[in-house]
Every structure is written in C-alpha cells, then in structure tokens.
Design a protein around this ligand. Sequence first.
Ligand SMILES: C[S@@+](CC[C@H](N)C(=O)[O-])C[C@H]1O[C@@H](n2cnc3c(N)ncnc32)[C@H](O)[C@@H]1O
Length: 220
Amino acid sequence: MKAIQEFIKNTTNRFEVWDNLLRHHRPTQVAEVGVYKGKFSEHILKCFPEIQRYIMIDPWRHLPDWNKPANTEDEMFESFFHEAMRVTEFARDRRVVLRGKTTEVSHDIPDGSLDFAYIDGDHTLRGITIDLIQMYPKIKEGGWIGGDDFRPGIWEHPLNFEPSLVFPFVVHFAEAVGATLYAMPHAQFLIHKLSGAEFVFHDLTGKYQSTALRSQLVRM
Ligand SMILES: C[S@@+](CC[C@H](N)C(=O)[O-])C[C@H]1O[C@@H](n2cnc3c(N)ncnc32)[C@H](O)[C@@H]1O
C-alpha cells in the first residue's frame, strides 16, 4: 500500500497515476477496454516501449442499448476509430485492435495472459459488470486491473442518462473475488489479482464513504 501511496503523490491527472504505477511494474501485455480517440493508448504506448502487446477494445459504433452521452452516431465513431489508429500508428507492430464490444471480442484474449487491463468503456451497471467479469480472468496471477470513472456519486450525467456505477460495483466485485482494491485520485481504481489474498478496500482519497445507494436514489 505504501508504494501505491507514493505513486499517487502530487499527481495532477490520471495519466500521471498510471505512469508512476506502470513504471514500477513494467507490464508487457496490456489491454484497454474503451479506447475512443486513442488518447490513453497513445500515451501509454509512447511512455512504455517495453509493452509488446497492447490490445485496444472498442466497437467504435453506435450502440442502441448504451444510454450515455458519448454514444454518438456511427459516422462520428468511424472518425474516432481513424483518429485512434492515426495516433497509435507509431506502435502498429505492438497494438492489437479488437473492434467490438467486450462480449464480442474478449474470447480472443487467452486467460491469464495480461499484466494489466484498463477498463474505460461502458460505465453503467451493465457495462462495468460485464467488463470486470469478462476481463478479470484474462489477468495473470500478480497482475493488475484498473479503470476510470470510479466516482463516489452515481449521477455523473443528467437524469435522462443511465447512472454510472463503476463505484460501488468495483468494490463488490473485489469482495467477491477476494482481492485488494485501491481508490486512487482522479477517479481511478486499481485491483491487484493475487491468489490467497483477502478483500481489502484501501480508499487513498478519503472520498468513498459508503457503498449504499439509498441516499442517491429518489422515488420517481
Ligand atoms: C470514455 S471513452 C474511452 C476513453 C479512453 N479510454 C481514453 O482514456 O482516452 C468510452 C469508450 O467505450 C466504448 N464502449 C462503450 N461500450 C462498450 C463495450 N460494451 N465494450 C467496449 N467498449 C465500449 C465507446 O465506444 C467509447 O469509445
């Protein structure tokens, strides 16, 4: 835990958190779920030339059952796909593009093959449930799974959109698999996959009071 506390010290954005963490762990096999325009992929691939395989998972298409503001039209997603390809072109030999939803493409990734996966796709309850359950087995023993939008409040967007439930679902997931979970600044979470470990939630931000949802819900 001390090491993680050092990694997050004085960070001003999520990129610095992951830079510090990955600089320490030096992963070679990485996946990102939800790539969008490729900003995170570009950054990580540039900073870590030792990454041999960087799997980019995204459908880059309109999804009829994803009620979030980022769910734009197909033409727009097509341009985001080209943007993601353009900004990671320098690493074309190291990137693997799996164009599809997690459920459509995750079977292409062998179990126990990844050092690190970054989950940043569909942040609804359905999305984070599917992504964690599908991607966790892909992580090696001793590896890490982290992600974005781990916010104490579920109403990230106006009420006509689905709430974001990365928190508290990730907490319940870590408890279910008996893993150590860290809440880090800039709405990032990190789970360490280690057999024989017990569930512990280290909130390094002091922002996550309760996993209960009652106070955030109003009867319509
Ligand atoms: C927040 S953006 C990702 C941002 C990117 N990780 C970054 O840091 O630059 C969310 C992305 O998740 C993708 N997405 C939505 N549902 C998905 C699913 N079921 N499986 C995989 N990706 C999904 C969307 O197409 C969108 O591009």
